[in-house]
Design a protein around this ligand. Structure first.
Ligand SMILES: C[S@@+](CC[C@H](N)C(=O)[O-])C[C@H]1O[C@@H](n2cnc3c(N)ncnc32)[C@H](O)[C@@H]1O
Ligand code: SF4
Length: 377
């Protein structure tokens, strides 16, 4: 299995709640950036000469749909030259409504993009404005229709919840409308107030109020109930898919499998030893300078020891509905999870379920996942 994550650190405008690495950028800056990415790809090609053909490629951001179809095609050609693409390679691209048109979308299809993830976020004009999104509700609906017309049969839509003043009924209405678009995949994100963002500042002044835990839980349960009733599988804390439509790229991450990191701000993982995580620092000036000096811009982030690998294997697997398979865990680490963490399994037994050979969190466990996994760190 081999994968590539490619980060595009540009957006039309910066959303006031977002702390992902992205900034407004011109077409010229984007074009220059793609040249840098191609230079970095040479380092990856040299470092990973025996890489099998890629099984998944993910254009993430930022806003990768700022790229013209020709730019996407060229990058995929370079990746094919470097590593080859598996016949059934999943090639995803994150797209923002308002950046798409029929010509671009059919160019993406021709270039090989076979999975599109559209950041709808909300279908309420008022809440899109509160979120500071650079697109309207109509543009979000049009983006979905255009993607279908261009032949995309694997469409993911992102929806945010626990938004300021959003009631359960509001969320229900938005969800019903979203389901009417018949997506193959839905990701749901409860609004978080990230340090350093405009939203965190407005929360501190009392201008914005974070949804309380009870409302957050009600929204999350509503999403779970209605999406599973509509035939979606709740396969990870934030992700729902129609049967056979899970995002394969994200599963690479939760299963701790290798992923190459390309672009400024990208994170990668190598499987050697107990695993090594690295990153390309989220600093475009440093990225440019290092590549100009013919230096690999990657930096090591963490080299795992056995204990670290064991805990990460466990807490990533517990994000998923498949859960943590006991026997493979024992084969890798020499003991079953409940033997490795007897105190934690005893404490968390109210949230953990044993299904066949796997341990899983129930919905209540997922709701307080961050709190529960702190026990295993
Ligand atoms: C970083 S974005 C990239 C995709 C695209 N640019 C977009 O905005 O749709 C990936 C997802 O993270 C979500 N996200 C970013 N900041 C968030 C926050 N503070 N709380 C909840 N979701 C957030 C976005 O709404 C989006 O669905
Ligand atoms: S468009 Fe997406 S990546 Fe860009 S600032 Fe908004 S949420 Fe963040």
């Amino acid at each position: 299995m081999s994968s590539v994550y490619l980060h595009i650190p540009f957006c039309r405008t910066k959303c006031p709640y977002c702390d992902f690495y992205s900034q407004p950028g011109s077409a010229a800056q984007l074009a220059e950036y793609l040249q840098l990415v191609e230079q970095q790809l040479e380092f990856l090609r040299q470092d990973f000469p025996d890489q099998p053909p890629l099984q998944t490629v993910f254009f993430g951001g930022g806003t990768p749909s700022l790229l013209a179809a020709e730019q996407v095609a060229r990058l995929l050609d370079r990746l094919t030259d470097a590593f080859g693409l598996a016949q059934d390679c999943e090639i995803s691209l994150e797209a923002n409504p308002g950046t798409l048109d029929a010509h671009k979308l059919s160019g993406y299809r021709q270039a090989g993009i076979n999975r599109l993830s559209i950041g709808v976020q909300s279908l309420s004009e008022q809440r899109l404005q509160i979120l500071g999104r650079s697109h309207s509700r109509e543009e979000a609906l049009a983006a979905v229709a255009l993607a279908r017309a261009a032949g995309f049969v694997n469409l993911g839509l992102d929806l945010m919840f626990a938004l300021p003043d959003q009631s359960k009924d509001d969320l229900q209405a938005e969800l019903d409308e979203l389901l009417g678009l018949e997506p193959e995949h839905i990701s749901v994100y409860g609004l978080s107030y990230e340090a350093g963002t405009e939203f965190a500042r407005r929360q501190a002044t009392g201008e914005l109020r974070e949804a309380d835990e009870r409302l957050y839980a009600e929204h999350y349960r509503l999403l779970h109930l209605h999406l599973t009733q509509a035939g979606f599988e709740h396969y990870e804390i934030s992700n729902f898919a129609r049967p056979g439509r899970r995002c394969r790229h994200n599963q690479v991450y939760w299963q701790r499998r290798a992923c190459l990191a390309l672009g400024c701000g990208a994170h990668g993982f190598a499987e050697q030893g107990w695993g090594e995580r690295y990153l390309v620092p989220a600093d475009l000036t440093a990225y440019r300078a290092r590549l100009a000096a013919h230096q690999d811009p990657r930096e090591p982030l963490e080299r795992f020891d056995r204990q670290g690998a064991m805990s990460e294997t466990l807490y990533l697997a517990l994000r998923t509905a498949d859960g943590l398979a006991r026997e493979p865990f024992r084969q890798r680490f020499g003991l079953y999870p409940e033997e490795a963490y007897p105190r934690q399994f005893e404490q968390l037994q109210g949230y953990l379920q044993r299904v066949a050979d796997s341990w899983r969190f129930d919905l209540a466990g997922w709701l307080i996942y961050d709190h529960l996994i702190s026990e295993f760190l």
